[in-house]
Design a protein around this ligand. Structure first.
Ligand code: URA
Length: 248
């Protein structure tokens, strides 16, 4: 694959911009020796094997990924929209190449797997792989998502039973059930949902007479939020992470 094409695939801009980056000396390539410094390449048409490639572009290391799969620790006060209305977009927390990866000819970048409310924190997955996004966000696939919920009022055993048995929300006569509900303390539960309705956790807790004061998603399928990621930080998913998600 030509170096300019690799840069384009990784989100470094239009083909013309990518060729320019190489020709103007902004791109270096690491070799097989992990300890060796990267080598400058100014030939935009230089043929490179992309798998395992590590680039250095404008001084920043960038490992080649055929598809992008990342986790973000979503902070409070951010919207999961490209066009946010009141708070900064979560996409501003990602580096430009992740926001510009080409998809069907457009530089649209990675997309969030479902959405979290502006005040919800925790695990958010993003990808440019449409099948992956569909598999994890489709209500039909029943991928369990675990939320740590802080409640205004002390939670009762009756409320837990109601959440497990099913509550009716205002937009659908069919009851929605929690797949699991664990009491963690007087005002905290872990709630597992396999659907993703609008404000589902908040509406379910309101339906049983309580109120959500804090909401944090810490697990999707078998994958937990990386505890080393501070709010606002992201990292690539590893093959082990992807295997965990594949097993859901
Ligand atoms: N349920 C909610 O109410 N809000 C979220 O952000 C996610 C699930």
């Amino acid at each position: 694959m030509q170096l300019q094409e690799i840069l384009y695939s990784q989100g470094f801009g239009t083909r013309r911009v990518c060729a320019g980056l190489v020709q103007q000396g902004w791109v270096q390539l690491y070799g097989d020796d992990a300890a060796a410094p990267p080598v400058l390449c100014t030939d935009a048409a230089h043929e490179v094997v992309p798998e395992g490639l590590r680039l250095r572009v404008q001084g920043v290391d960038w490992p080649y990924h055929a598809k992008a799969y990342v986790m973000l620790h979503k902070p409070a006060g951010t919207e999961c929209s490209q066009k946010p209305s009141a708070y900064p977009s979560i996409y501003t927390l990602l580096p430009a190449p992740l926001r510009q990866r080409p998809c069907k000819g457009a530089l649209q970048g990675v997309q969030a797997v479902g959405r979290l409310d502006q005040d919800t924190t925790g695990l958010l997955l993003l990808s440019d792989d449409g099948q992956f996004i569909h598999r994890l966000s489709s209500p039909k696939k029943h991928v369990p998502k675990v939320y740590r919920v802080q409640l205004k009022h002390a939670v009762t055993a009756a409320q837990v039973q109601q959440l497990l048995a099913g509550v009716v929300l205002d937009d659908d006569p069919r009851p929605v059930r929690a797949a699991a509900c664990e009491m963690l303390g007087p005002n905290a539960i872990d709630l597992t949902l396999t659907e993703g309705k609008y404000h589902q956790v908040k509406r379910m807790l309101a339906a049983v007479g309580n109120r959500v004061e804090g909401l944090h998603r810490w697990r999707m399928g078998a994958l937990g939020l990386d505890a080393t990621l501070a709010p606002g930080q992201w990292r690539w998913l590893t093959p082990a992470d992807l295997a965990l998600l594949g097993s859901v």
